[in-house]
Design a protein around this ligand. Sequence first.
Ligand SMILES: C[C@H](OP(=O)(O)O)C(=O)O
Ligand SMILES: [Mg+2]
Length: 302
Amino acid sequence: MSVRLSTPQDYSRLVDKYDTWMFDCDGVLWHGDRIIDGVVEVLDLLRSKKKKVLFVTNNATKSRKNYKGKFDKLGVQAHVDEIYGSAYATAVYLSSVIKLPKTNKVYVIGMAGLEEELQGEGITVLGGSDPADCTLEPFTLANFTLDPAVAAVVCGLDTQMNYTKISKAFQYLTRNSDCHFIATNEDSTYPSAEGLLPGAGSISAPLRYALGRDPICTGKPSSTMLDCINAKVHYNPERTIMVGDRLNTDILFGQNGGLATLLVLTGIAVESDITGPNASPIVPNFITSSIADFRAAIDPQQ
Ligand SMILES: C[C@H](OP(=O)(O)O)C(=O)O
Ligand SMILES: [Mg+2]
């Protein structure tokens, strides 16, 4: 049963109870490039109380460095080592978990931030933002030469998705049975500033359907993202809380990692997801409308 936070004591007690706060980004801190009201004050409150703050996003369109630029632009204090994205988790998964040989290459359906993180791990990338692949020209196999060095296909949110990219990825995944199929994340939608848009899960869907095969997912709720954090940050899971807006990624990620979970209703999840006949079986520990509600925990005497 979830606890609905409501009184100033509820918020101040939660702040006191947890030392490490992991925040999802889209739908919790911002919608696109529009910051959610109250976020700066509440993050400042947590930092003033010496809380560890981490940012854990499934959005693979940006690298950690890109995100640092976004935080700076939005006036949110963040250090690049506090930022964990599914692009980074995917790069670490390829380099350190499956230990992809550096002679191999990766075909990417995704954007520059994902390419940057992969290249940061010494991985050679094909596709992605390459103009030759970002085309609406008809794709024909007669004009395609398979690169035998490609040993993995990575699929993330790609606003330049097209038939050429799906077809090339399909060739790599069907003509080489050992080729890894990896999705940065499986969010069906994501909350832009103007409303919902198809997410990375809707970008990999055509490939899944054509292949009849599911990818390995490296983003939330997969433990890969938490493994990346564990490799860099020391924290006590019992005094750590994951704050998210999507039940089947953020809250499930927190539960899988043995963390407390707080659902906010400023992003994907809506009231009917948590109450009523069609409520999700994924039940957060705590629920509040917005991160801004924690302003009630800011001592007016301070
Ligand atoms: C929605 C998700 O980002 P997050 O909410 O994990 O920051 C994504 O952009 O697919
Ligand atoms: Mg989110």
